[in-house]
Design a protein around this ligand. Structure first.
Ligand code: ADQ
Length: 483
């Protein structure tokens, strides 16, 4: 029976070895969260890195680890610490990530990490080639694996390959600064279908294809030798029912069953009836604009001092890529900013910012989404931003205001939120004021439109649309003969 092979840098579970016991912990992050519902049908295999380097896996546990992963429909690619360093912390997160998010000044162009990126991509391609049978469909994910489609295509010209990029594809002017730009484009063109979150990213990609490779492009079809490659946008949705139902269950909980966090949030609300909670949740990443947001918050409190003692900003930052120096610097900057703002503005009964630097269990995430009056998400660049969608999905009574950066891919589909430019502090301060003042009726009107859309364009539809388009592309190919 034909299967789907999903391939991404990280598996949907991360392994930890604790005193010889193997724990498989579900991964945090947009991709892992989003693909969960696709991967649970038992007819797919997920290939990726386990999160442990070869040096960290004792030989005697190897078999047990493979068994634990197989239980999650997964299979691992083995990487050494040096490979993880060059491929993941190096080329993926010090070259591609900053470049594709328009942080050109953070991008490092190092031949050795590019070489490791190529070698590791080959390892992933080999793992696919070992598992793939004739009719299988291969779905490659994200910027860490952009060479994999071509590497698989070389050996298996007949096989169906889709690629989805979860981050923005930058404009030609940015992309062309990459020394290995041709190789990256040709790597991606091993696919039959290349998907992006938005039409803009798709346009940028096609422009690079034309100008760098000089290939013929007609609408969203690229002609390469005897093949036609389709490029399209597939805005990723969320598991709407999961978030909406979790919020409902959560609201039905008696007081004694509530989490500590929930009780603490409730106590504050009860003691200050006109208190407002602003929520911001991100991985700790410079693209998410957390430091700018903190400065903008201070600006807001100075412009609208009537909200001092009433408004609280809850910042949840999930530790991420802490081996990369830019992330360490950012962590320090945020720690200092939170300390300074709280130090300067706090009173005996009021702390302006509650800052959590950790990953929280799903239930606590729901506590925060359901208790906060305003979600304030201001990435400087973001492929999509699923947190914006999750917040709206949990608002069961349809109240709540979403303030969202225009620079997030999700802004294209969330026009009913309050859209802001993350660099415009004046506009941000006025928008927070507007959000606090927004009548409930208006909140509900905006959120019912958003909820209907999110419910319809959920993650299942996203995956199905992508798979359907990939299958259609294969069936259009005159050289393909179904077995
Ligand atoms: P991310 O940059 O990781 O994803 P995002 O889309 O916001 O960003 O997804 C984060 C996910 O992690 C959400 O599903 C959220 O629920 C979860 N999460 C956040 N904080 C958490 C915490 N403290 N504890 C537990 N879970 C937490 C990348 C791109 C995005 C793109 C996604 C999907 O950078 O632009 O939207 O992939 O394509």
């Amino acid at each position: 029976m034909a299967k789907t092979i999903i391939i991404s840098n990280r598996l949907p579970v991360q392994l930890q070895i604790d005193n010889g016991t193997i724990n498989a912990i579900p991964s945090v992050g947009g991709l892992a969260t989003g693909m969960k519902s696709v991967h649970s049908d038992g007819q797919s295999l997920w290939i990726g890195w386990s999160g442990l380097t070869e040096e960290e896996i004792p030989e005697e546990l190897e078999g047990e680890i493979d068994k634990a992963l197989a239980e999650h429909g997964s299979s691992k690619v083995k990487l050494t610490a040096a490979e993880v360093d060059g491929f993941y912390y190096g080329f993926s997160n010090r070259t591609i990530w900053p470049l594709f998010h328009y942080f050109l000044e953070y991008s490092e162009f190092e031949l050795s990490s590019w070489n490791t990126y190529r070698e590791v991509n080959q390892k992933f391609a080999d793992a696919i080639l070992k598992e793939a049978s004739e009719d299988d469909i291969i779905w490659v994910h994200d910027y860490q694996l952009m060479l994999v489609p071509q590497m698989v295509r070389e050996k298996r010209p007949d096989i169906s390959i889709g690629f989805f990029l979860h981050i923005p594809f930058p404009s030609y002017e940015i992309f062309r600064t990459l020394p290995w730009r041709e190789e990256v484009l040709l790597g991606l063109l091993g696919s039959d279908l290349i998907g992006f979150h938005t039409y803009d990213y798709e346009r940028h990609f096609l422009s690079s294809i034309r100008r760098i490779l000089g290939l013929e492009v007609s609408f969203n079809d690229i002609y390469l030798e005897s093949r036609i490659i389709k490029v399209d946008s597939f805005p990723m949705g969320i598991d709407y029912a999961k978030f909406h139902n979790a919020a409902k269950d959560h609201e039905a909980l008696p007081k004694n069953k509530q989490s500590d966090l929930q009780r603490r949030l409730n106590t504050h609300k009860e003691s200050t009836p006109d208190a407002k909670f602003l929520l911001s949740i991100d991985r700790l990443d410079y693209s998410k604009g957390i430091a700018k947001r903190l400065n903008a918050y201070e600006y807001f409190l100075n412009k609208y001092p009537q909200y001092k003692e009433k408004v609280r900003l809850i910042i949840l930052a999930v530790p991420s890529r802490s081996n990369v120096p830019q992330y360490q610097l950012l962590k320090r900057e945020i720690d200092e900013l939170v300390g300074r703002i709280n130090g300067e503005l706090a009173t005996v009964s009021w702390t302006p910012i509650w800052y959590f630097y950790r990953s929280l269990p799903f239930d606590n995430l729901i506590d925060l989404y359901t208790s906060c009056d305003i979600a304030w998400l201001t990435p400087i660049r973001d492929g999509m931003n699923l947190v914006a969608k999750e917040y709206i999905a949990t608002r069961t009574d349809k109240t709540g205001v979403l303030i969202l950066s225009e620079m997030a891919g999700s802004a294209n589909e969330m026009n009913e939120s309050l859209l802001i430019n993350p660099n415009n502090f004046e506009q941000i301060a006025d928008t927070i004021h507007r959000a606090i003042q927004m009548p409930e009726k208006e909140q509900k009107e905006r959120n019912s439109v958003l909820q209907k859309r999110l419910e319809r364009y959920n993650v299942e539809k996203w995956a199905n649309d992508f798979m359907r388009s990939l299958t259609e592309q294969r069936d259009k190919d005159p050289t393909y003969v179904a077995q």
